[in-house]
Design a binder for this molecule. Structure first.
Ligand SMILES: [Fe+2]
Length: 264
């Protein structure tokens, strides 16, 4: 790929994402494919350098006054581009907004904060050992329509800002995550590869963390510091996730992407 510094960074990122992921086969990831490893490393380098100004995105006001920005959904998405290899866009979160726990089946992800700060909690699914389910509090209804709880592990809890490197997920690792705006509005670039495609088994599912009877949990309602301490203890410990419908309070609107044109 030519090193053309006059090409907008977001265009170079798009080309590199397409190049890196075009031959992606979910079952082969994590292998010794040198081409993939080199292409992906170059993508991470480019994404690490991207800032809101490269996409002509202005930091959203924390407390918008009257006007078009005064109301609207807590989360919005700017679509930038999509090929058969990847999709790319920007999520913008208002203060206190959250993208609830969800997955990316068979997909890779590269998430880079453009402004503000977010907390990202990543879970991995574990093989079920075939034993009895533990007791939960509150108990599960007798017939849970969306299936059995999934044995999982809280793999990572991290804070990311515009100076952080990207948060990465693969089909096997950190694939289920929740993203919360921290201390104000935030925005992040989101690259998914391959893109969601329900007809090809890549639909988005939502989850909630079940609380074990007699144990703590990561559910909200606690002071942030206390919750953080509990999560440090719970990291790598067995947890149980239940698939749920998309939470009713999660509203994601759309808005136009204001940055340089991107074509792949
Ligand atoms: Fe996600």
């Amino acid at each position: 790929m030519p090193r053309d510094n006059k090409t907008p960074l977001i265009q170079r990122i798009a080309r590199q994402a397409h190049h890196a992921f075009k031959g992606f086969v979910a079952s082969a990831i994590g292998g010794d494919d040198d081409d993939y490893t080199t292409g992906f490393a170059e993508l991470v380098k480019l994404v690490t350098a991207v800032r809101a100004a490269d996409l002509k995105i202005a930091r959203r006001k924390d407390k918008p006054g009257p006007g078009p920005d005064a109301a609207g959904p807590p989360v919005t998405y700017m679509h930038i581009c999509e090929t058969e290899a990847f999709s790319m866009g920007v999520f913008l979160l208002r203060r206190g907004a959250s993208i609830p726990l969800h997955d990316h089946p068979g997909m890779n992800g590269v998430l880079k904060v453009l402004y503000g700060k977010v907390t990202i909690r990543c879970f991995d699914r574990l093989e079920h050992d075939g034993g009895d389910l533990p007791e939960f509090d509150p108990p599960l209804p007798p017939a849970t329509p969306s299936g059995c709880p999934r044995r999982s592990v809280l793999r990572a809890v991290g804070e990311y800002s515009e100076t952080s490197g990207p948060c990465l997920l693969t089909p096997q690792r950190d694939n289920i995550h929740q993203i919360d705006a921290l201390d104000g509005p935030a925005a992040f670039l989101d690259i998914l590869a391959p893109p969601y495609d329900p007809e090809d088994g890549r639909d988005c599912h939502y989850y909630k963390v079940l609380r074990r009877a007699g144990a703590g949990g990561t559910e909200g309602g606690k002071p942030a510091e206390l919750q953080h301490q509990e999560e440090e203890v719970q990291k790598e410990a067995e947890m149980w996730l239940l698939e749920v419908p998309q939470p009713e309070d999660f509203l994601c609107g759309g808005e136009p992407y204001p940055g340089p044109a991107v074509s792949v």
